[in-house]
Design a protein around this ligand. Structure first.
Ligand code: 48F
Length: 264
């Protein structure tokens, strides 16, 4: 007697295709699209989904987490400063005190727990999905993103005449880290000017990134290291507290924009 229930091979394919397409069709229009699945994007997504919004996160890689799997150099331990260890308490991730106000934790444990918490809250993930462009509507307001299958950038030119598809949303969040990819689409059209990220200065950068997290352009909220690119803030290296608190701030700002738009 076999352990597993018998199935038709074709039913395996149908289950994957129909389930994915149903989700893609549903999320072709969302309340919020988050571009980038690093720590700031995942925290924002978790909070917004928990608040009951319909939220899609697009990530160009096949895996989520961005720079959160690893700390500094090749070592998978990351640091965070008081009071951001409270986010690890919420996620149930253990940490050790390194010095006064500085904690160290296991990056794979924290990253996996954050991904699980975001999915449990209802965030929908579209991985291997590359932001190619943005949608702008009247009054130059962000109205969504234009995406493609990310492996196409590694394919020969004669095979890559694949048109991207649009996904609409009321708010877009740029959580693409140091690359600030969404913001650069606006800069290319001379709609904003980016100051560019500054050199490393931990004490200054973390407060500044959280403080400047917000709506950088109508309908576009910026979080995480992408904030540094807009305002010329210093980078911070392998300390992640500001990414977590910036993600939370981005969720608060986004909720405010969505609620304001809902008032007739
Ligand atoms: O880089 P990333 O982890 O950004 P973050 O949330 O956190 C920064 C820290 O990891 C670290 C740091 C602070 O301590 O300095 O660097 O600001 O995650 C950004 C995610 O965006 C994805 C990318 O693959 C990564 O997972 N991404 C970048 N460009 C695109 C994209 C794109 N064009 N389309 C889709 N995803």
């Amino acid at each position: 007697m076999p352990l597993f229930h018998p199935v038709k091979e074709s039913d395996v394919t149908r289950a994957i295709v129909s389930n994915f397409l149903r989700q893609f069709e549903e999320y072709a229009e969302s309340d919020v699209i988050i571009v980038g699945g690093g720590p700031s994007g995942l925290i924002a997504g978790k909070e917004l989904a928990k608040a009951g919004l319909k939220v899609a996160l697009i990530e160009r890689n096949n895996y989520l987490g961005g720079g959160f799997w690893i700390g500094g150099y090749f070592m998978n331990k990351f640091t965070l400063r008081e009071p951001s260890q409270e986010v690890l308490d919420e996620l149930g991730v253990p940490y050790e005190k390194a010095t006064a106000g500085l904690y160290v934790a296991d990056a794979p444990h924290a990253c996996a727990s954050l991904i699980a918490a975001a999915c449990n809250a209802g965030l929908k993930i579209f991985n291997l999905t590359l932001l190619e462009d943005i949608i702008l509507h009247e009054n130059d307001r962000m109205a969504g993103v234009v995406v493609n299958w990310s492996p196409i950038i590694h394919m020969p030119k004669e095979l890559t005449a694949l048109d991207p598809v649009p996904m609409e949303s009321r708010v877009v969040i740029d959580a693409t880290g140091h690359d600030a990819v969404v913001l650069k689409k606006l800069e290319k059209r001379q709609l904003i000017q980016l100051a560019g990220e500054g050199a490393l200065w931990i004490d200054k950068s973390e407060d500044a990134v959280v403080e400047h997290t917000g709506e950088a352009y109508p309908g576009l909220v910026v979080t995480g290291m992408a904030v540094g690119a807009v305002y010329g803030l210093p980078r911070m290296g392998p300390t992640f507290g500001a990414m977590l608190l910036s993600g939370k701030r981005a969720a608060e700002v986004t909720l405010g924009i969505v609620k304001k738009a809902a008032i007739p």
